[in-house]
Design a protein around this ligand. Structure first.
Ligand code: PLP
Length: 403
C-alpha cells in the first residue's frame, strides 16, 4: 500500500491499535445484545458501562448517566437542537454562530422551518466571536445557544465556559450546547467545573476511535426530548440497539486521550515548525486565525494567487493528504463559509489549505512537507493569472476580485 503523509486529522484519525484491540472481542466473541436476559449479555452490557464511566471521567468526572452514546457528532448535534426545540414549545429563539460546522448550521436553518428564529453571531477577522453581538442577542426569549468549541477549519477556540456563563446570567433557563468534536482529546474539558454548559457533542473518529460512534453529554435535568424513539436504551434518551464494540472503542479512546494529551505539546511543536517554515519560505501567505487561541494541531494557511484544490492535487502527487475548507464541503466548489465569515480576501480564501497534525505524525514527515510545499506553490503561481511572476506578488490587475 502507498505510504501517505497524513495531515488531515481534523477530518478523521486512524483507529489507535489499543482501541482496535478493545473493540474486536465485541464483534467476534462477545457479540450478544447488551439488553439480553441471559448471562452472555453481561459482557457487552458491562463494556457499555465501562465506556460510559471512561467518557464521563474524561469530561471532568461528570455522572456517567449524563453520557448518551450516539452514532456520530452530527446525530448528537441534531439531538441537542431538535430535542430542546421539542421539549420547550414556549421558547423559539436560538443563537448560533456563522462559523459552525454544517451539522449545527444547517440544523439551525432547518429549525427556522419549525418556527424558530435563529441569530447567527458573526466573527471577526481572526475568527473570534463578536461578544457584543452575542450579549445583545441573548434574552429571556432565548431557548438555546449552540456554539462550537474549536473550529474544524481554522482551529480557533471559543471560550465556551465564559459564553455559557454569560447566557445563564441573562436567564438561567437558557440552554447551552457546544459542538466539541474538534476539541475532544486536544483540549481539556471539565464539565464539573464548567457547570453552565448543559450539552456537548462529539464523534469517536476524530479521537482515534472508529467512524460510526459519538456521544452527547446532557446534564441531568436538561429539558430535551429524545429524537430517536422506539426503545429504552441509553436511559430512554436514544433508542436503538447499542453499537457495543464502537462504544467500548470510544471509552478506550477517552482513556488514551487523557494520557496522550500530555503529548500535544510535541504536536504543537510540529505545527509551529511547519507554520514558521512556510511563512519564511513562501511570499504572500497568511495563517487564518493566527492571532486567536487555536488548537495546537491545526494550520490553515492562505496562499494568495493559487487555487486550494490545485495545491491539494499537487500535494497528493507526493502522497501528502491535506484539505481545503472542511472535509464536508470539499467536493463542492463553494468557498469556505468559515473563511467567508472571517472576511478573508477572495484570493486568500481560494488558496487556503488546512494541515491538521495527529498523534502518529513524525518530525520527518513535517520535514518532507517543508521541502515540498514551497516548490508546489511556486509552480502553481507560475501558471496563475492571479500572480505576477515579475514582481512575485499578487497580480493587481485582478485586485477587483479581492473582497
Ligand atoms: N462538528 C465538527 C466541528 C466537525 O469537525 C465534524 C466533522 O468534521 C462534525 C461536527 C461532524 O462529525 P461526524 O461526521 O462524525 O458526524
Amino acid at each position: 500500500m502507498k505510504k501517505y503523509i497524513y495531515l488531515d486529522n481534523n477530518a478523521t484519525t486512524a483507529v489507535a491499535s489499543e482501541v482496535f484491540e478493545t473493540l474486536k472481542p465485541y464483534l467476534l466473541d462477545d457479540y450478544f445484545n447488551p439488553g439480553g436476559m441471559y448471562s452472555a449479555a453481561q459482557g457487552p452490557a458491562e463494556a457499555i458501562t465501562r465506556a460510559r464511566t471512561a467518557v464521563a471521567g474524561f469530561l471532568g468526572g461528570v455522572n456517567p448517566s449524563e453520557i448518551i452514546f450516539t452514532s456520530c457528532a452530527t446525530e448528537s448535534n441534531n439531538a441537542a437542537i431538535f430535542g430542546t426545540i421539542n421539549a420547550n414549545p414556549n421558547r423559539r429563539h436560538i443563537i448560533t454562530c456563522a462559523v459552525e460546522h454544517p451539522a449545527v448550521l444547517q440544523t439551525c436553518k432547518e429549525a427556522e422551518r419549525y418556527g424558530c428564529s435563529v441569530t447567527f453571531i458573526p466573527v471577526d477577522r481572526n475568527g473570534e466571536i463578536n461578544l457584543d453581538e452575542y450579549v445583545r442577542a441573548l434574552s429571556e426569549e432565548t431557548l438555546l445557544v449552540s456554539l462550537i468549541h474549536a473550529n474544524n477549519e481554522t482551529g480557533v477556540i471559543f471560550p465556551i465556559a465564559k459564553l455559557a456563563r454569560i447566557a445563564k446570567e441573562v436567564d438561567k433557563q437558557i440552554l447551552f450546547h457546544s459542538d466539541a468534536t474538534q476539541s475532544m482529546g486536544k483540549l481539556p474539558i471539565d464539565l464539573r467545573t464548567d457547570s453552565e454548559i448543559d450539552m456537548i457533542s462529539f464523534s469517536g473518529h476524530k479521537m482515534y476511535a472508529p467512524k460510526g460512534v459519538g456521544a452527547l453529554f446532557m446534564r441531568r435535568g436538561t429539558r430535551c426530548r429524545p429524537t430517536m424513539i422506539g426503545g429504552h436504551q441509553e436511559n430512554g434518551h436514544r433508542a436503538g440497539t447499542q453499537n457495543v464494540a464502537f462504544i467500548a472503542a470510544l471509552g478506550k479512546a477517552c482513556e488514551l486521550a487523557g494520557e496522550c494529551m500530555k503529548e500535544e505539546r510535541s504536536i504543537q511543536e510540529l505545527r509551529d515548525r511547519l507554520q514558521n517554515a512556510i511563512i519564511e519560505k513562501i511570499p504572500a501567505v497568511e495563517v487564518n486565525g493566527r492571532d486567536a487561541p487555536r488548537l495546537p494541531n491545526t494550520l490553515n494557511i492562505a496562499c494568495h494567487g493559487v487555487e486550494g484544490e490545485a495545491i491539494l492535487y499537487e500535494l497528493d502527487e507526493y502522497g501528502i493528504c491535506a484539505s481545503s475548507g472542511s472535509a464536508c464541503t470539499s467536493g463542492s466548489l463553494d468557498s469556505s463559509h468559515v473563511l467567508n465569515a472571517m472576511k478573508v480576501p477572495f484570493s486568500a480564501i481560494h488558496g487556503s489549505v488546512r494541515f491538521s497534525i495527529g498523534r502518529y505524525n513524525t518530525s520527518e514527515e513535517i520535514d518532507r512537507v517543508i521541502e515540498v510545499f514551497p516548490s508546489v506553490i511556486e509552480r502553481l503561481r507560475k501558471m496563475s493569472p492571479f500572480w505576477d511572476n515579475k514582481t512575485n506578488r499578487l497580480n493587481m490587475d485582478h485586485s477587483e476580485l479581492n473582497g
